[in-house]
Design a protein around this ligand. Sequence first.
Ligand code: GLY
Ligand code: MN
Ligand code: MN
Length: 516
Amino acid sequence: MTDQTTESADQPLEDRGSNRSQRPSSQAFREFIGSNWGPRPEGLPERMESADSAAIHRAAIGAKFPGERLVVPAGQLVVRSNDTDYRFRPHSAFAHLTGLGTDQQPDAVLVLEPNVTSTGEPVSEGETHSATLYFRPRAERDTEEFYADSRYGELWVGVRPSLEEIEAATGISCAHIETFGDAVAKDAGQVTVRVVPQADEAVTAVVRKAQQEAGVSAEEAQDAALAEALSELRLVKDEWEIGEMRKAVEATRAGFEAMIRSLPRATEHPRGERVIEGAFAAVSREEGNGLGYDTIAASGNNANTLHWINNDGEVRRGDMILIDAGVEVDSLYTADITRTIPVDGRFTEPQRKVYQAVLDAADASFARAQEVRSDGGRPRFRELHEAAMEVLAARLEEWGMLPVSAQESLAPEGQYHRRWMVHGTSHHLGIDVHDCAQARRDMYLDGELEPGMVFTIEPGLYFRADDLAVPEEMRGMAVRIEDDIVVTEEGAVRLSAEIPREVADVEAWVQGLLAE
Ligand code: GLY
Ligand code: MN
Ligand code: MN
């Protein structure tokens, strides 16, 4: 009698994924499938538009760490379930320093190798580092990878690039990932090696091993300082990056129009919010790399749940729908826009009242962002929030909702108005929807605005249906208006200015699209 238990135990669990496969493996088959293919196209890809910007970013981070080896992984594919991976998205710091976006390149690592003078001193000006991009180039057709590797094989995921191709596209010297271990271990006892934390645990392990073997202790604080510097480097965007942000906003505008056009179908569907979500998702893939974050399509009282991404509710005529959505373009820069629109194309009086309060708060915040003092000084980032709160507190006082005066509420020990807006008014925006998150407080919240900064302004009021502190006519309503802003030499500009936001403009926009 066969002992099933023992037999099963003989086959390790990780090998059982192939139990369903009947892939031929004879030598004759391998030779056959690997032969008789036409030549690969000649020539190399053009240098990517992002390459110059990425080179400037590399020089800037290198200048902060002269004489040190900096390791910036792209990250690994992440399993979604069993043998199916999530679509790959490179680590944001890797994208920023290489210019590679979309799904490039799982398992890659950028290494900035310090240049030293003839006496071994770090080069402190000019080219402080030489960059090498280690990745896994395509294997040729005579390999098993070609036909049998569902993660990397050409017959499974398409023709992946060669070293020469990525070198031409990025302007960065390339080497096979198999040589990364030796490169990172070289002189690891003499040179400080920093690795971006949590980007790729396997890469961190290689660095740690090299450090251990060289007899140096791993300093997590050193890695954290690299992450902080990389985050702060993104606080100010260059012209090319701002161009990408404009593309993302423009694609997002098209997505909002598609969502409004889908409203008649949404109101007929039991999960109308999903109809709206789907309309945006289609545009995000057609016009960009995809969604910058999960779309919030929240109708009626659902909009009072700040992270409403279930989107499985009905869309009822007479309600407002709050839509927070952003297209991420191929370079990975994303927009982050919210509009709250009347499903019928016309606000009711209480809806208009709440909407106008939020709009006035957003306008006050934007006016603050535009200020440039005669000495060239600018507002601090935190003032964007303060300006919006002054307007909302005053309006809530007018409506009799505050237990104290607006002024008392605005004091740090008050803050009663925050019951109806618990989130912040602004965040930096870029490759991450909440960009620059590891920057120091005095660079971010307490930092002065600077030309090239890109952030949102997104005040809101959230009046839950069961909130007895809200006048009855406004219960169950939520409004957020979110625009994307770039700071300029003269002040600040709304990148999302073409997406209607004034009461009359929103009504005309919705009515116009529904009448098409
Ligand atoms: N959509 C995320 C946010 O507005 O911050
Ligand atoms: Mn936002
Ligand atoms: Mn948003």
